[in-house]
Write a protein that binds this ligand. Structure first.
Ligand SMILES: [Zn+2]
Ligand SMILES: [Zn+2]
Length: 319
């Protein structure tokens, strides 16, 4: 929603900035740096706790029958009112839904405030778990990775469900600690072996580390479910392509075979099978795989061209 045009090609995005103890979501054009909107707030950086202010993490003190924050001075009632106004960002006026919407738009200041409100004041346990995940993502978005990691590890020792390990793995990877990310995913899988998302996170991480064997073996777990299959096949294709690029054709073919009879149902895998067969000068097999590619994707021009080269011109009796 670029409002008044600031430059020829406005590219508006929410970004975060910080002035003193306040954090701001700013709506800024990344081309000309024109700032269209800014919202500045105190934020609760410390883990949510009944004794702390939801607005700023200050300490709550009982004064004249009211709990009042010793930092921002708001009473508990006023704090609640402030967050209720913020949750009106979302039609449901639900703290968690509004926090999710804010995080989606990279408005991490608002997302942090609303997810904290959801953790403190939502009764629904499932929503509280999601709210914790959004809060950690928001801390990361605000550049508070260390705080996010501390809070996530603390949560992991404190009744968190296994999904906490997926969140920790993301945070560790963002911090550049691949060993930490691997360890987290292994913990998560140990706690919930049937969690295919975590197996595929692991496969993608191994692929990033170019640990090809382990990437394939982790990806193979995702093949049996229609939801996770595309991600699993993408890892398999990626690893096989790397072997192919290294002229390690045997390994490339063995990698593709991990996909079993899904090879002729996926255009990337079939296309690589065709090129491998052509590299081995196995024309008949190459033609078969090219046919397969073109069945899956009739407009695949490289396969069309390869097939024209390989397939001898038809010499019917009329010509
Ligand atoms: Zn602009
Ligand atoms: Zn406060």
């Amino acid at each position: 929603m670029p409002s008044p045009r600031c430059c020829d090609q406005p590219s508006m995005k929410w970004r975060q900035t910080r002035v003193g103890d306040r954090r701001s979501d700013i709506y800024v054009c990344s081309r000309c740096q024109h700032i269209d909107a800014m919202e500045s707030w105190l934020v609760p950086l410390s883990p949510p706790d009944r004794g702390r202010c939801a607005n700023c993490s200050g300490h709550l003190q009982l004064k004249e029958g009211n709990y009042r924050c010793d930092y921002c001075g708001l009473t508990s009632g006023k704090t609640r009112e402030l967050h209720d106004n913020l949750s009106a960002l979302h039609p449901s006026r639900n703290y968690l839904q509004a926090a999710l919407a804010a995080a989606e738009m990279n408005r991490f200041v608002i997302a942090l405030k609303l997810s904290t409100a959801a953790i403190l004041w939502n009764e629904n346990e499932e929503e509280q778990v999601l709210a914790r995940a959004v809060r950690l993502q928001s801390l990361e978005g605000l550049g508070e990775l260390d705080r996010a990691l501390d809070e996530a590890y603390e949560w992991s020792t404190n009744g968190a469900p296994p999904l906490v390990w997926g969140v920790i793995a993301d945070l560790e990877a963002a911090a550049g600690n691949m060993d930490g990310a691997l360890a987290a995913l292994k913990n998560g899988i140990a706690a919930e072996p049937e969690n295919l998302d975590m197996w595929l996170d692991l496969a993608e991480l191994f692929a990033e580390l170019d640990d090809r064997g382990k990437a394939l073996s982790a990806a193979s777990h995702g093949l049996n479910s229609p939801e996770s299959r595309p991600r699993a096949l993408a890892v398999i294709a990626d690893i096989a392509e790397r072997y192919y690029a290294d002229s390690m054709w045997f390994n490339a073919e063995e990698s593709l075979k991990v996909a079993g009879d899904l090879q002729d149902k996926n255009v990337n895998l079939a296309w690589l099978r065709a090129r491998l067969a052509a590299s081995a000068e196995n024309v008949g097999e190459a033609v078969q795989w090219l046919d397969c590619v073109l069945q899956l994707e009739p407009s695949h021009t490289e396969a069309q061209e390869a097939l024209q080269k390989l397939r001898p011109k038809k010499k019917g009796w009329l010509w």
